[in-house]
Design a protein around this ligand. Structure first.
Ligand code: ACO
Length: 316
């Protein structure tokens, strides 16, 4: 388990932004064409509605612009753009190219695909780049899962949606935010959740559910240990917003009360790479975080990937 060397230059989030498409699709809307009901979807997932529309680039530019404005950093001073997405707009080039251009950046830019764990993978990667000399990184998590969802399949159509969340992370000479982290993947589970090129998502929901709880708990425990903290030190958890029952089961095993979690999945559905930043920054925008709070980010996704990070919040 890697720990952060005391000598490492650390980073801090200085601005953030969120973006959701305008079009809202409710459970009742879905029940018009699928053999399902609002009651079933709410009970089994906690989801009430989702936002659908846009492209990965357009949503990323929207959230990215808000993050840049909030941080006040000159776009030309951004050293790297990391776009976490599992739904790129094109096979070639990376969607980060369009986002870089749209935001007026002149820097290294690349896509990172770790499915729903992507934003935390991006956060960890950003701190690695800061440790080797970069100063300003823009990390964006965006997915437009609606474009690879089979809208006639009630097993998946009720879950997936579109959204974006972005963070500017800047090097700091003072104490940084990243206390502990973990990234993991088990490629032998690839067939539990996949979409072939040009095709829609296939998912073994029950098995994903079972494994998700276990890997979220494992990953969270590793990050907490690396940070030298226990769950009682955590003020807020921003978990991947896949299903409220997965979050409840994981929190129960971690002994974290649900009142400490940020749940936006009722309004957004599962937005994959956008899910954790949407949950984190909604909590921040609603005044649920103050400087010094320890925050746990934890997610899982296709691949099957897992990622978590413990950060010490610094209110900009
Ligand atoms: N509406 C009504 N009935 C349904 C629906 C629906 N939308 N979907 C399934 N059912 C039926 C099933 O056919 C089944 O009927 P049966 O008992 O007659 O066979 C019954 O409801 C129960 O189905 P289960 O699959 O057992 O339902 P479960 O409680 O497991 O919920 C769900 C299904 C919501 C998919 C759940 O398993 C889940 O959330 N899994 C995790 C999915 C997930 O998180 N995926 C994202 C991974 S992250 C990423 O990278 C994108």
């Amino acid at each position: 388990m890697p720990t952060i060397p005391n000598s490492a230059i650390n980073g801090v989030i200085t601005g953030w932004g969120r973006a959701l498409p305008e079009t809202i699709v409710t459970n009742d809307d879905l029940a018009k064409t699928l053999d399902t009901s609002d009651e079933w979807i709410r009970e089994r997932t906690g989801i009430e509605q989702r936002h659908i529309g846009g492209t990965t680039a357009s949503l990323s530019i929207e959230s990215g612009r808000r993050a840049l404005e909030m941080s006040g950093v000159d776009p030309l001073s951004i050293d790297a753009l990391i776009l976490a997405t599992t739904t790129p707009d094109r096979t070639v080039p990376a969607t980060s190219a369009a986002v870089q251009h749209g935001l007026g950046l002149r820097c290294g830019a690349f896509d990172l695909n770790a499915a729903c764990s992507g934003f935390v993978y991006g956060l960890v990667t950003a701190h690695g780049l800061i440790a080797i000399g970069m100063r300003n990184i823009l990390v964006i998590g965006t997915d437009t899962l609606s474009r690879i969802t089979d809208w006639t399949d009630r097993n998946t159509a009720i879950l997936f949606a579109d959204g974006s969340g972005a963070a500017v992370i800047q090097a700091t000479d003072g104490p940084g935010q990243l206390l502990g982290w973990d990234i993991d993947a088990d490629g032998s589970l690839e067939d539990l959740l996949y979409a072939d090129i040009g095709k829609t998502l296939y998912m073994e929901g029950k098995e994903v559910f079972r494994r998700a709880v276990r890997i979220m708990v494992d990953s969270a425990e590793k990050s907490l240990k690396a940070a030298g903290l226990t769950t009682s030190d955590i003020t807020l958890v921003a978990p991947h917003q896949a299903n409220i029952r997965i979050i409840e089961a994981a929190c129960k095993r971690l002994d974290i009360p649900m009142s400490k979690t940020s749940w936006v999945g009722d309004k957004t559905g599962n937005t994959s790479s956008a899910s954790i930043p949407l949950a984190l920054f909604e909590a921040a925008d609603n005044g649920r975080l103050k400087t010094g709070d320890n925050v746990l980010l934890v997610g899982f996704g296709a691949g099957m990937t897992a990622a978590s990070a413990v950060i010490k919040w610094k209110q900009p």
